[in-house]
Design a protein around this ligand. Sequence first.
Ligand SMILES: NC(=O)c1ccc[n+]([C@@H]2O[C@H](COP(=O)([O-])OP(=O)(O)OC[C@H]3O[C@@H](n4cnc5c(N)ncnc54)[C@H](O)[C@@H]3O)[C@@H](O)[C@H]2O)c1
Length: 282
Amino acid sequence: MRGIKTICVCGAGTMGSGIAQVCAQAGFQTIQFDVNEAMLSKSKALIKMNLLILSEKDKIGIAEKDAIIERIVFTNNIQICRADLIIEAIIENKEAKINLFNQLAAINNSETIFASNTSSISIHSIANEIKYSQQVVGMHFFNPAPLMKLVEVIKTETTNNEVIELIVAVCKEMNKTAVICKDVPGFIVNRVARHYYLEAMKLIELGFATIETVDAIMQATGFKMGPFKLMDLIGLDINYSVSKIVWNNLGKPERLKPSIIQQQKVDANELGRKTGKGFHQY
Ligand SMILES: NC(=O)c1ccc[n+]([C@@H]2O[C@H](COP(=O)([O-])OP(=O)(O)OC[C@H]3O[C@@H](n4cnc5c(N)ncnc54)[C@H](O)[C@@H]3O)[C@@H](O)[C@H]2O)c1
């Protein structure tokens, strides 16, 4: 694609790993950067396994499988993170994201696009602190990134129109559906979905139902996953941070108040699938 050849995905966790796979599968030279070597190894193993499953199902050929993995450089050296597009998927913390983008701005140039996969942090508040603020955009993938079609593309008052056009074209190249969203708390999906999680946790807190019942009933009504299974997949730390940020940014309305039982899970490091225990056991 014209303009975007190399993509650097920062963070090799739940989302970063999936996004790196999506980038490489779409034919982009991909750099996967993480400060934690163990996460890089885990991500590489997971991507290899996902590609093997695809080849066993005849969705990709053996040669293609090998070519995709070869397109990804896994690194903990930020100095090699030079790319046309940077997609950050690190922890849900504004200062950490700003700090990372500023380090990357110092070794990239004014043409580089800085996309954040944040679920809840205002893109404007990040862009405001970055040298190339007109190049900053939200690119919100969903979990698991290789399977979920939707990408929310978040435009701020300062985002260059050409940047939006390029990101929409990149999404198309990745076989994703891009929806342009306003930079408002929770964007669209996370704003609507907050109630799915919060009301479910309220039922448990009040002793009105069990986790198993709520999950089973919601799944039976047609949702792919019940709220507790979904929170375990997302990561309770991430989901709790998103709830806090959306709640704060909307002026702390009672209806969106973060859940005490979720906070307790996070404090106990029971973060869901990634730690082997959350609302359910893995
Ligand atoms: N989990 C989800 O379902 C989901 C969905 C959509 C968007 N998001 C967003 O994606 C982002 C990442 O979420 P996740 O669930 O993948 O988190 P995660 O905890 O699974 O992974 C975060 C990774 O970032 C790495 N990291 C931390 N600081 C770093 C730095 N300064 N430089 C490089 N790497 C660093 C960590 O080592 C870790 O591997 C968050 O902003 C989150 O809101 C998450």
